[in-house]
Design a protein around this ligand. Structure first.
Ligand code: AP5
Ligand code: MG
Length: 191
């Protein structure tokens, strides 16, 4: 299955993907993790991306699309994948759709993890990533609201969106995620 997880920073995308990897046996592709690895290795992409990440801004679409396109060609992606943090803009979503259409494929479903801002801030304060400080975190939330939230409409119109309450224990949320997956599987069977 090809599944996308969408949610604001700290919504639990990475946490749920760790559980989903065991369940679906497909790779977990987190563009944030890929970028952090590129920054650590100081590749040209990493050097370019770090300027944006440090400011809580999205990195340019061209850089992300190049990175993801290459990754999706790897043999382990043939049976599907979990996309965590990609697409994050309408142009990224359109590019992914075109890329899949060329291979007669499509996204099976999109899971939105909805979490209120005060809980996101509580989670961020309990963690210590380089981009987890109150000022940068507010900018990351703003990037989500302005650039990424429109994707919910985009996938909603395609009938592919499942919006899930992201409050509760990680296990409770995983139950909701599994319910969404069953719905996606039924819809795929009808297509
Ligand atoms: P990215 O790494 O994707 O960060 P993010 O979207 O800000 O999300 P986080 O990883 O912080 O949160 P998450 O939803 O994965 O939650 P998690 O499971 O960790 O992106 C980083 C940067 O890279 C971006 O700002 C941008 O610059 C760049 N970038 C990445 N992709 C891009 C793209 N496509 N285009 C352009 N730029 C891009 O959980 C958070 C915390 O909460 C953890 O401590 C966890 O233990 C805890 N937690 C999880 N679930 C629960 C729960 N149910 N209850 C209590 N605590 C919980
Ligand atoms: Mg994450």
């Amino acid at each position: 299955m090809r599944i996308i997880l969408i949610g604001p920073p700290g919504a639990g995308k990475g946490t749920q993907c760790q559980r989903l990897v065991e369940h679906l046996r497909v790779p977990h592709l987190s563009t944030g993790e890929m970028l952090r690895a590129a920054v650590r290795s100081a590749t040209p992409e990493g050097v370019q991306a770090s300027k944006y990440m440090e400011q809580g801004q999205l990195v340019p679409d061209e850089l992300i699309v190049g990175m993801v396109t290459k990754r999706l060609e790897a043999p382990d992606c043939r049976k599907g994948y979990l996309l965590d943090g990609f697409p994050r803009t309408l142009p990224q979503a359109a590019t992914l759709d075109e890329l899949l259409e060329r291979r007669a494929m499509s996204v099976d479903g999109v899971i939105e993890l909805a979490v209120p801002r005060d809980e996101l801030i509580r989670r961020m304060l309990a963690r210590k990533r380089a981009d987890d400080n109150p000022e940068i975190f507010s900018k990351r939330i703003a990037s989500f609201e302005i650039q990424t939230a429109p994707l919910l409409d985009y996938y909603g119109r395609q009938g592919k969106l499942a919006s899930i309450d992201g409050l509760g224990t990680a296990d409770e949320i995983f139950e909701r995620v599994q319910t969404a997956l069953r719905r996606f599987a039924r819809a795929a069977g009808r297509r």
